[in-house]
Design a binder for this molecule. Structure first.
Ligand code: PEP
Ligand code: CO
Length: 468
Protein backbone atom coordinates (compact mmCIF):
# COMPACT_ATOMS: atom_id res chain seq x y z
CA UNK A 1 0.00 0.00 0.00
CA UNK A 2 1.44 3.36 -0.95
CA UNK A 3 0.13 6.07 1.26
CA UNK A 4 2.65 8.81 0.67
CA UNK A 5 3.02 8.70 -3.09
CA UNK A 6 -0.22 9.73 -4.73
CA UNK A 7 -0.76 8.79 -8.31
CA UNK A 8 2.11 6.33 -8.19
CA UNK A 9 0.39 3.87 -10.47
CA UNK A 10 -0.40 6.32 -13.24
CA UNK A 11 2.60 7.45 -15.24
CA UNK A 12 1.86 10.91 -16.69
CA UNK A 13 3.57 12.06 -19.86
CA UNK A 14 6.91 13.78 -19.36
CA UNK A 15 8.35 17.05 -20.48
CA UNK A 16 11.11 16.93 -23.10
CA UNK A 17 13.66 19.60 -24.03
CA UNK A 18 12.57 21.77 -26.98
CA UNK A 19 14.50 21.51 -30.26
CA UNK A 20 17.78 23.39 -30.12
CA UNK A 21 17.98 23.34 -26.33
CA UNK A 22 21.29 22.36 -24.76
CA UNK A 23 22.40 22.49 -21.09
CA UNK A 24 24.47 25.52 -22.11
CA UNK A 25 22.02 27.20 -24.52
CA UNK A 26 21.27 29.80 -21.79
CA UNK A 27 24.78 31.23 -22.15
CA UNK A 28 24.84 34.58 -23.88
CA UNK A 29 21.19 35.34 -23.07
CA UNK A 30 20.29 38.28 -20.81
CA UNK A 31 20.93 37.30 -17.21
CA UNK A 32 20.38 38.97 -13.84
CA UNK A 33 21.37 38.34 -10.22
CA UNK A 34 24.81 36.88 -10.99
CA UNK A 35 27.79 37.53 -8.73
CA UNK A 36 30.90 39.02 -10.37
CA UNK A 37 32.71 35.66 -10.54
CA UNK A 38 36.26 35.23 -11.82
CA UNK A 39 35.35 33.58 -15.19
CA UNK A 40 38.36 31.23 -15.45
CA UNK A 41 38.03 30.02 -11.86
CA UNK A 42 34.28 29.55 -12.40
CA UNK A 43 34.84 27.29 -15.43
CA UNK A 44 37.45 25.24 -13.53
CA UNK A 45 35.14 24.61 -10.56
CA UNK A 46 32.02 23.88 -12.59
CA UNK A 47 33.98 21.38 -14.71
CA UNK A 48 34.92 19.67 -11.47
CA UNK A 49 31.29 19.58 -10.28
CA UNK A 50 30.20 18.20 -13.64
CA UNK A 51 32.30 15.08 -12.93
CA UNK A 52 30.77 14.45 -9.50
CA UNK A 53 27.83 12.07 -9.03
CA UNK A 54 24.26 13.35 -9.35
CA UNK A 55 22.70 14.43 -6.05
CA UNK A 56 19.26 13.01 -6.87
CA UNK A 57 18.19 10.39 -9.40
CA UNK A 58 15.81 10.63 -12.38
CA UNK A 59 13.59 7.92 -10.84
CA UNK A 60 13.09 10.05 -7.71
CA UNK A 61 12.40 13.14 -9.80
CA UNK A 62 9.78 11.18 -11.73
CA UNK A 63 8.17 10.10 -8.50
CA UNK A 64 7.82 13.73 -7.44
CA UNK A 65 6.40 14.54 -10.85
CA UNK A 66 3.74 11.85 -10.50
CA UNK A 67 2.84 13.23 -7.08
CA UNK A 68 2.54 16.76 -8.46
CA UNK A 69 0.38 15.53 -11.31
CA UNK A 70 -1.94 14.21 -8.60
CA UNK A 71 -1.88 17.64 -6.91
CA UNK A 72 -2.75 19.34 -10.19
CA UNK A 73 -5.77 17.02 -10.43
CA UNK A 74 -6.94 17.96 -6.90
CA UNK A 75 -5.98 14.55 -5.50
CA UNK A 76 -3.15 15.63 -3.19
CA UNK A 77 -1.82 18.74 -1.46
CA UNK A 78 1.69 20.22 -1.69
CA UNK A 79 3.69 21.41 1.31
CA UNK A 80 6.91 23.12 0.24
CA UNK A 81 8.82 24.53 3.18
CA UNK A 82 12.19 25.25 4.71
CA UNK A 83 14.80 27.92 5.13
CA UNK A 84 14.92 31.15 3.18
CA UNK A 85 18.68 30.63 2.93
CA UNK A 86 20.31 27.49 4.24
CA UNK A 87 23.67 27.97 5.94
CA UNK A 88 26.64 25.62 5.59
CA UNK A 89 26.96 25.83 9.38
CA UNK A 90 23.45 24.44 9.94
CA UNK A 91 24.29 21.26 8.04
CA UNK A 92 24.48 19.23 11.27
CA UNK A 93 22.56 16.18 12.44
CA UNK A 94 20.54 18.33 14.80
CA UNK A 95 19.95 20.97 12.13
CA UNK A 96 18.60 18.51 9.56
CA UNK A 97 16.56 16.61 12.14
CA UNK A 98 14.97 19.84 13.40
CA UNK A 99 13.88 20.92 9.91
CA UNK A 100 12.52 17.49 9.07
CA UNK A 101 10.62 17.38 12.34
CA UNK A 102 8.72 20.61 11.79
CA UNK A 103 7.89 19.74 8.16
CA UNK A 104 6.46 16.39 9.26
CA UNK A 105 4.46 18.01 12.04
CA UNK A 106 2.87 20.32 9.49
CA UNK A 107 2.35 17.50 7.03
CA UNK A 108 0.31 15.39 9.42
CA UNK A 109 -2.00 18.31 10.20
CA UNK A 110 -2.47 19.07 6.52
CA UNK A 111 -3.02 15.41 5.62
CA UNK A 112 -5.77 15.31 8.18
CA UNK A 113 -7.25 18.61 7.00
CA UNK A 114 -7.17 17.82 3.31
CA UNK A 115 -8.13 14.17 3.72
CA UNK A 116 -5.58 13.70 0.95
CA UNK A 117 -1.93 12.72 0.67
CA UNK A 118 0.50 15.58 1.30
CA UNK A 119 3.48 15.87 -1.03
CA UNK A 120 6.41 17.10 1.06
CA UNK A 121 9.10 19.19 -0.61
CA UNK A 122 11.81 20.89 1.46
CA UNK A 123 13.56 24.13 0.67
CA UNK A 124 16.53 22.07 1.67
CA UNK A 125 19.77 20.39 0.53
CA UNK A 126 20.72 23.15 -1.91
CA UNK A 127 18.86 26.36 -1.01
CA UNK A 128 22.11 28.30 -0.73
CA UNK A 129 21.81 31.12 -3.30
CA UNK A 130 19.81 34.33 -2.80
CA UNK A 131 18.56 36.93 -5.29
CA UNK A 132 18.90 40.44 -3.87
CA UNK A 133 17.13 43.74 -4.50
CA UNK A 134 20.40 45.71 -4.47
CA UNK A 135 23.97 44.66 -5.40
CA UNK A 136 25.48 46.62 -2.50
CA UNK A 137 24.54 47.81 0.99
CA UNK A 138 26.01 50.37 3.39
CA UNK A 139 27.16 48.98 6.76
CA UNK A 140 28.51 51.49 9.30
CA UNK A 141 29.08 54.00 6.53
CA UNK A 142 30.96 51.52 4.31
CA UNK A 143 29.51 50.31 1.02
CA UNK A 144 29.84 46.53 0.64
CA UNK A 145 28.65 43.94 -1.88
CA UNK A 146 25.51 42.21 -0.49
CA UNK A 147 25.48 38.69 0.92
CA UNK A 148 24.21 36.40 -1.86
CA UNK A 149 24.01 33.17 0.11
CA UNK A 150 26.66 30.71 1.30
CA UNK A 151 27.09 29.38 -2.25
CA UNK A 152 28.57 32.77 -3.23
CA UNK A 153 30.03 34.68 -0.28
CA UNK A 154 29.94 35.11 3.47
CA UNK A 155 27.59 37.44 5.41
CA UNK A 156 30.16 39.11 7.70
CA UNK A 157 30.27 42.84 6.89
CA UNK A 158 33.84 42.89 5.55
CA UNK A 159 34.88 43.44 1.95
CA UNK A 160 36.95 40.23 1.94
CA UNK A 161 34.06 38.10 3.26
CA UNK A 162 31.69 39.49 0.65
CA UNK A 163 33.96 38.68 -2.30
CA UNK A 164 32.42 35.84 -4.41
CA UNK A 165 34.44 32.65 -4.03
CA UNK A 166 33.96 29.91 -6.67
CA UNK A 167 35.07 27.24 -4.22
CA UNK A 168 31.79 27.84 -2.44
CA UNK A 169 29.98 26.21 -5.38
CA UNK A 170 31.84 23.02 -4.59
CA UNK A 171 31.13 23.39 -0.89
CA UNK A 172 27.43 23.85 -1.70
CA UNK A 173 27.50 20.57 -3.62
CA UNK A 174 29.07 18.73 -0.67
CA UNK A 175 26.77 20.29 1.91
CA UNK A 176 23.77 19.38 -0.24
CA UNK A 177 25.06 15.79 -0.47
CA UNK A 178 25.56 15.57 3.32
CA UNK A 179 22.09 17.02 3.99
CA UNK A 180 20.48 14.58 1.56
CA UNK A 181 22.32 11.70 3.13
CA UNK A 182 21.05 12.66 6.58
CA UNK A 183 17.51 13.14 5.23
CA UNK A 184 17.55 9.74 3.57
CA UNK A 185 18.73 8.06 6.77
CA UNK A 186 16.16 9.87 8.90
CA UNK A 187 13.19 9.33 6.59
CA UNK A 188 13.87 5.70 5.71
CA UNK A 189 15.12 4.69 9.14
CA UNK A 190 11.72 5.01 10.80
CA UNK A 191 12.40 8.05 12.96
CA UNK A 192 9.91 9.99 10.85
CA UNK A 193 7.04 8.14 12.44
CA UNK A 194 3.42 9.23 12.04
CA UNK A 195 2.71 8.57 15.72
CA UNK A 196 5.75 10.54 16.74
CA UNK A 197 4.88 13.57 14.57
CA UNK A 198 1.41 13.52 16.10
CA UNK A 199 2.85 13.33 19.62
CA UNK A 200 4.95 16.44 18.86
CA UNK A 201 1.81 18.30 17.80
CA UNK A 202 -0.02 17.24 20.95
CA UNK A 203 2.89 18.63 22.92
CA UNK A 204 2.43 21.95 21.08
CA UNK A 205 -1.29 21.94 21.93
CA UNK A 206 -0.50 21.30 25.62
CA UNK A 207 2.01 24.17 25.67
CA UNK A 208 -0.36 26.68 24.08
CA UNK A 209 -2.98 25.88 26.73
CA UNK A 210 -6.77 25.71 26.60
CA UNK A 211 -9.01 28.02 24.68
CA UNK A 212 -7.49 27.26 21.29
CA UNK A 213 -9.28 25.24 18.62
CA UNK A 214 -6.14 23.21 18.06
CA UNK A 215 -7.08 20.73 20.74
CA UNK A 216 -10.09 19.61 18.73
CA UNK A 217 -8.05 18.89 15.59
CA UNK A 218 -5.37 17.08 17.59
CA UNK A 219 -8.00 14.96 19.36
CA UNK A 220 -9.64 14.04 16.09
CA UNK A 221 -6.30 12.87 14.69
CA UNK A 222 -5.71 10.80 17.84
CA UNK A 223 -9.12 9.21 17.33
CA UNK A 224 -8.39 8.49 13.66
CA UNK A 225 -5.14 6.75 14.61
CA UNK A 226 -6.90 4.73 17.32
CA UNK A 227 -9.62 3.81 14.85
CA UNK A 228 -7.03 2.40 12.46
CA UNK A 229 -5.45 0.40 15.27
CA UNK A 230 -8.88 -0.87 16.35
CA UNK A 231 -9.58 -2.00 12.79
CA UNK A 232 -6.57 -4.25 13.07
CA UNK A 233 -4.11 -2.07 11.16
CA UNK A 234 -0.78 -2.90 12.77
CA UNK A 235 0.92 0.49 12.79
CA UNK A 236 4.28 -1.04 13.61
CA UNK A 237 4.11 -3.24 10.54
CA UNK A 238 2.93 -0.65 8.06
CA UNK A 239 6.10 0.60 6.42
CA UNK A 240 4.29 3.48 4.75
CA UNK A 241 3.53 5.00 8.14
CA UNK A 242 7.14 4.90 9.24
CA UNK A 243 8.84 6.04 6.08
CA UNK A 244 8.21 9.34 4.40
CA UNK A 245 9.46 10.91 1.26
CA UNK A 246 10.82 14.39 1.60
CA UNK A 247 11.76 15.75 -1.80
CA UNK A 248 14.33 18.53 -2.16
CA UNK A 249 14.10 21.89 -3.91
CA UNK A 250 15.85 25.23 -4.27
CA UNK A 251 15.85 28.32 -6.46
CA UNK A 252 17.91 27.67 -9.60
CA UNK A 253 19.64 31.02 -9.30
CA UNK A 254 23.13 30.17 -10.54
CA UNK A 255 22.91 28.57 -13.99
CA UNK A 256 26.61 27.57 -14.03
CA UNK A 257 26.02 25.35 -11.00
CA UNK A 258 22.72 23.94 -12.31
CA UNK A 259 24.25 23.23 -15.72
CA UNK A 260 27.08 21.26 -14.10
CA UNK A 261 24.51 18.97 -12.47
CA UNK A 262 22.23 18.67 -15.51
CA UNK A 263 22.68 15.14 -16.82
CA UNK A 264 21.30 13.13 -19.71
CA UNK A 265 19.35 10.02 -18.78
CA UNK A 266 19.96 7.47 -21.55
CA UNK A 267 17.03 5.34 -20.48
CA UNK A 268 14.38 8.00 -20.85
CA UNK A 269 16.35 10.18 -23.29
CA UNK A 270 15.70 13.23 -21.18
CA UNK A 271 17.75 15.84 -19.34
CA UNK A 272 17.45 16.04 -15.57
CA UNK A 273 18.84 18.70 -13.25
CA UNK A 274 20.17 16.34 -10.59
CA UNK A 275 20.89 19.12 -8.06
CA UNK A 276 17.38 18.69 -6.56
CA UNK A 277 14.08 17.00 -7.31
CA UNK A 278 12.45 20.33 -8.06
CA UNK A 279 13.96 23.72 -8.83
CA UNK A 280 12.22 27.03 -9.19
CA UNK A 281 12.60 30.33 -11.02
CA UNK A 282 12.51 33.37 -8.72
CA UNK A 283 10.35 36.44 -9.15
CA UNK A 284 13.41 38.47 -10.16
CA UNK A 285 14.71 36.06 -12.82
CA UNK A 286 11.56 35.02 -14.70
CA UNK A 287 12.25 37.02 -17.88
CA UNK A 288 10.78 35.14 -20.85
CA UNK A 289 13.90 35.58 -22.98
CA UNK A 290 16.37 35.34 -20.11
CA UNK A 291 18.94 32.72 -19.20
CA UNK A 292 17.06 31.18 -16.26
CA UNK A 293 13.90 30.44 -18.21
CA UNK A 294 15.95 28.99 -21.10
CA UNK A 295 17.90 26.62 -18.83
CA UNK A 296 14.85 25.34 -16.98
CA UNK A 297 12.78 25.00 -20.17
CA UNK A 298 14.87 21.96 -21.14
CA UNK A 299 15.02 19.92 -17.96
CA UNK A 300 12.45 17.27 -17.18
CA UNK A 301 12.21 18.05 -13.43
CA UNK A 302 9.04 19.69 -12.15
CA UNK A 303 9.61 23.45 -12.24
CA UNK A 304 8.42 26.09 -9.81
CA UNK A 305 7.74 29.63 -10.96
CA UNK A 306 7.36 32.48 -8.48
CA UNK A 307 4.54 34.80 -9.47
CA UNK A 308 4.87 38.23 -7.85
CA UNK A 309 2.49 41.21 -8.04
CA UNK A 310 4.16 42.65 -11.16
CA UNK A 311 3.38 39.51 -13.22
CA UNK A 312 0.78 40.24 -15.89
CA UNK A 313 -1.69 37.58 -17.04
CA UNK A 314 -0.12 37.76 -20.51
CA UNK A 315 3.39 37.20 -19.14
CA UNK A 316 2.17 34.24 -17.15
CA UNK A 317 0.47 32.75 -20.17
CA UNK A 318 3.67 33.08 -22.20
CA UNK A 319 5.79 31.60 -19.42
CA UNK A 320 3.46 28.60 -19.14
CA UNK A 321 3.64 28.02 -22.90
CA UNK A 322 7.41 28.33 -22.85
CA UNK A 323 8.05 26.08 -19.84
CA UNK A 324 5.29 23.55 -20.48
CA UNK A 325 4.74 23.48 -24.26
CA UNK A 326 3.35 19.92 -24.20
CA UNK A 327 0.85 20.56 -21.40
CA UNK A 328 2.21 17.97 -19.01
CA UNK A 329 0.11 17.83 -15.80
CA UNK A 330 2.18 18.67 -12.72
CA UNK A 331 5.15 19.97 -14.73
CA UNK A 332 4.61 23.51 -13.44
CA UNK A 333 4.09 24.72 -9.89
CA UNK A 334 2.94 28.35 -9.99
CA UNK A 335 3.85 29.83 -6.63
CA UNK A 336 1.90 33.06 -6.16
CA UNK A 337 3.39 35.56 -3.69
CA UNK A 338 1.20 38.56 -4.15
CA UNK A 339 0.85 40.02 -0.65
CA UNK A 340 -2.20 39.84 1.64
CA UNK A 341 -3.66 43.08 0.34
CA UNK A 342 -3.25 42.20 -3.37
CA UNK A 343 -4.53 38.63 -3.64
CA UNK A 344 -8.21 39.31 -4.22
CA UNK A 345 -7.43 41.79 -7.03
CA UNK A 346 -4.45 40.15 -8.69
CA UNK A 347 -5.06 36.41 -8.40
CA UNK A 348 -8.35 35.99 -10.35
CA UNK A 349 -7.02 37.31 -13.69
CA UNK A 350 -3.90 35.14 -13.32
CA UNK A 351 -5.99 32.02 -12.65
CA UNK A 352 -8.22 32.76 -15.62
CA UNK A 353 -5.29 33.39 -17.95
CA UNK A 354 -3.72 30.03 -17.11
CA UNK A 355 -7.06 28.21 -17.26
CA UNK A 356 -7.62 29.55 -20.76
CA UNK A 357 -4.30 28.05 -21.87
CA UNK A 358 -5.36 24.61 -20.61
CA UNK A 359 -2.11 23.96 -18.68
CA UNK A 360 -2.73 21.61 -15.78
CA UNK A 361 -0.59 23.34 -13.16
CA UNK A 362 -0.22 23.20 -9.41
CA UNK A 363 -1.21 26.47 -7.74
CA UNK A 364 0.68 27.06 -4.52
CA UNK A 365 0.56 30.04 -2.16
CA UNK A 366 3.77 31.60 -0.86
CA UNK A 367 2.36 33.92 1.82
CA UNK A 368 5.84 35.07 2.88
CA UNK A 369 7.49 37.13 0.13
CA UNK A 370 4.67 39.58 -0.55
CA UNK A 371 4.34 40.50 3.13
CA UNK A 372 7.86 41.53 4.12
CA UNK A 373 8.58 44.94 5.64
CA UNK A 374 11.11 46.65 7.91
CA UNK A 375 9.62 47.17 11.37
CA UNK A 376 10.16 50.16 13.64
CA UNK A 377 12.92 48.32 15.47
CA UNK A 378 14.75 48.05 12.13
CA UNK A 379 14.31 44.30 11.48
CA UNK A 380 13.06 42.84 8.23
CA UNK A 381 9.95 40.98 9.34
CA UNK A 382 6.48 39.62 8.48
CA UNK A 383 3.27 39.57 10.48
CA UNK A 384 1.79 36.16 11.26
CA UNK A 385 -1.64 37.68 10.66
CA UNK A 386 -0.70 38.85 7.12
CA UNK A 387 0.67 35.40 6.30
CA UNK A 388 -2.54 33.75 7.47
CA UNK A 389 -4.66 36.33 5.62
CA UNK A 390 -2.86 35.74 2.32
CA UNK A 391 -3.48 31.99 2.60
CA UNK A 392 -7.14 32.53 3.53
CA UNK A 393 -7.60 34.86 0.53
CA UNK A 394 -5.81 32.38 -1.74
CA UNK A 395 -8.27 29.66 -0.70
CA UNK A 396 -11.21 32.05 -1.07
CA UNK A 397 -10.25 33.18 -4.59
CA UNK A 398 -9.67 29.61 -5.76
CA UNK A 399 -13.04 28.59 -4.44
CA UNK A 400 -14.72 31.50 -6.23
CA UNK A 401 -12.92 30.71 -9.49
CA UNK A 402 -13.49 26.94 -9.27
CA UNK A 403 -9.77 26.14 -9.31
CA UNK A 404 -7.84 23.97 -6.85
CA UNK A 405 -5.59 25.62 -4.24
CA UNK A 406 -2.93 22.93 -4.45
CA UNK A 407 -0.39 23.88 -1.83
CA UNK A 408 1.52 26.23 0.39
CA UNK A 409 5.13 27.39 0.23
CA UNK A 410 6.63 28.53 3.54
CA UNK A 411 9.85 29.85 5.02
CA UNK A 412 10.19 28.28 8.44
CA UNK A 413 12.55 26.76 10.95
CA UNK A 414 12.19 24.23 13.74
CA UNK A 415 13.96 26.62 16.11
CA UNK A 416 12.47 29.09 18.57
CA UNK A 417 13.58 32.16 16.65
CA UNK A 418 11.93 35.59 16.85
CA UNK A 419 11.84 36.74 13.22
CA UNK A 420 8.11 37.05 12.38
CA UNK A 421 5.69 39.13 14.48
CA UNK A 422 2.66 37.69 16.26
CA UNK A 423 1.52 34.08 16.54
CA UNK A 424 0.38 32.26 19.62
CA UNK A 425 3.39 33.35 21.66
CA UNK A 426 2.89 36.84 20.24
CA UNK A 427 6.36 38.00 19.19
CA UNK A 428 6.47 41.79 19.55
CA UNK A 429 8.54 44.29 17.60
CA UNK A 430 10.82 45.00 20.57
CA UNK A 431 11.47 41.23 20.92
CA UNK A 432 12.62 40.60 17.34
CA UNK A 433 16.27 41.05 18.39
CA UNK A 434 16.09 38.24 20.99
CA UNK A 435 16.71 35.44 18.48
CA UNK A 436 16.86 36.94 15.01
CA UNK A 437 19.06 34.37 13.25
CA UNK A 438 18.03 34.22 9.61
CA UNK A 439 20.67 34.74 6.95
CA UNK A 440 18.08 36.40 4.72
CA UNK A 441 14.29 36.57 5.15
CA UNK A 442 12.34 36.21 8.43
CA UNK A 443 11.06 32.67 9.02
CA UNK A 444 8.13 31.32 11.02
CA UNK A 445 9.39 29.65 14.19
CA UNK A 446 8.29 26.13 15.17
CA UNK A 447 5.25 27.32 17.16
CA UNK A 448 4.09 29.78 14.49
CA UNK A 449 4.50 27.11 11.78
CA UNK A 450 2.40 24.55 13.62
CA UNK A 451 -0.19 27.16 14.48
CA UNK A 452 -0.41 28.11 10.80
CA UNK A 453 -0.82 24.46 9.79
CA UNK A 454 -3.72 24.03 12.26
CA UNK A 455 -5.45 26.96 10.53
CA UNK A 456 -4.73 25.67 7.03
CA UNK A 457 -6.01 22.24 8.08
CA UNK A 458 -9.26 23.94 9.04
CA UNK A 459 -9.45 25.88 5.74
CA UNK A 460 -8.96 22.61 3.90
CA UNK A 461 -11.61 20.80 5.90
CA UNK A 462 -14.20 23.50 5.43
CA UNK A 463 -13.74 23.68 1.66
CA UNK A 464 -15.36 21.52 -0.92
CA UNK A 465 -13.34 21.62 -4.12
CA UNK A 466 -14.92 20.87 -7.45
CA UNK A 467 -12.10 18.43 -8.20
CA UNK A 468 -12.99 16.22 -5.23
C1 PEP B 1 12.61 33.13 -1.98
O1 PEP B 1 11.79 32.24 -2.19
O2 PEP B 1 13.43 33.10 -1.03
C2 PEP B 1 12.58 34.34 -2.83
C3 PEP B 1 13.61 35.16 -2.93
O3 PEP B 1 11.40 34.46 -3.43
P1 PEP B 1 10.90 35.45 -4.62
O4 PEP B 1 11.70 35.09 -5.83
O5 PEP B 1 9.46 35.08 -4.72
O6 PEP B 1 11.12 36.86 -4.15
CO1 CO C 1 13.02 34.30 1.14
Amino acid sequence: MRVTEPGALVAPPEHRAPAGWRPDSWRGLPITQQPPWDPAALERVTEEIALLPPLVLPAEIRELHRSLAAVSAGEAFLLQAGDCAERFSSCTEQGVRGKLKVILQLAILLTYGAGLPVVKVGRIAGQFGKPRSQPTEVVDGVELPVFRGDIVNSPEPRAEARRPDVNRLLRAYHHSAATLDALRALTLGGSADLDQAHAWNQEFVRRTGPGQDYEKVADEITRALRFMAACGVDMNELRALHQVHLFTSHEALLPHYEQALTRYDEKSRAWFDTSAHMVWIGDRTRQLDGAHVELLSGITNPIGLKVGPSTTPEQLRQLCDRLDPNHVPGRLVLITRLGATNVTDLLPPLLRAVNETGHSVVWACDPMHGNTFVSRSGYKTRRFSDILTEIAMFFGVHRAEGTYPGGIHLELTGDDVTECLGGVEDVLDNQLGTRYETACDPRLNAGQSIQLAFHVAQFLRSSAWPAH
